[in-house]
Ligand binder design. Structure first.
Ligand code: URA
Length: 209
């Protein structure tokens, strides 16, 4: 069973308060989301494998550590996932980036992939799927399914705010996926908004409505 980790570092909690505040404007919202993504990257990469490396300091020869070079792929779900991409790339600059865009057909309720562009070697990569809001869990599950269908083997999921309903659905449909959350909120309202939440993440990131 995958892990569910709530990354409640004080800096993350502080920044999330201003992200949630409806009086925070687009520019500041975007900057704060970027910063929280960067702080989350620090925790999400905690278990990356290391190798020993001999180096000379100005004082003596010593054996120390470097990253073993595990290949990472960052997969923002369009469009709100893009808001967390740059923060992740600041700490994992060598990561490849794939994009997944999908919606549910209102008649068939089946996921329709309108844009999927991925690194060619996703089966060898540790993929981190990014979406700020895990609400019903529908798009996260569909995006992960779209990746598995194309050969992905190791997948993590990260979001700013999750509803318990979305976490349960994701755990049930993809028990192999570790879930990293900055805050676990109370529930969904009747319009599937997370409460207290932050409103519509895409609209707040891009100043649309
Ligand atoms: N997507 C959002 O952007 N906000 C929510 O509260 C739920 C889904």
């Amino acid at each position: 069973m995958g892990k569910v980790l709530v990354l409640d570092h004080p800096l993350i909690q502080h920044k999330l308060t201003y992200i949630r505040d409806k009086n925070t404007g687009t520019k500041e919202f975007r900057e704060l989301v970027d910063e929280v993504a960067m702080l989350m990257a620090f925790e999400i990469t905690r278990d990356l494998p290391l190798l020993d490396k001999k180096i000379d300091t100005p004082v003596m020869e010593t054996e120390t550590k470097v990253l073993a070079g595990k290949k990472i792929g960052l997969i923002p779900i369009l469009r709100a996932g893009l808001g967390m991409l740059d923060g992740m790339l600041k700490l994992i600059p060598a990561a490849r980036v794939g994009h997944v865009g999908l919606y549910r057909d209102p008649k068939t309720l089946q996921p329709v992939e309108y844009y999927v562009k991925l690194p060619s070697d996703i089966e060898e990569r540790e993929l981190i799927v990014i979406d700020p809001m895990l609400a019903t869990g529908g798009s996260a599950c569909d995006a992960i399914q779209a990746l598995k269908k194309r050969g992905a083997k190791q997948i993590r999921f990260m979001c700013l705010i999750a509803a318990p309903e979305g976490v349960e659905k994701l755990k049930e449909e993809h028990p192999d996926v570790d879930i990293y959350i900055a805050a676990l909120d109370e529930k969904l309202d009747e319009d599937a908004y997370i409460i207290p939440g932050l409103g519509d993440a895409g609209d707040r990131l891009y100043g649309t409505k």
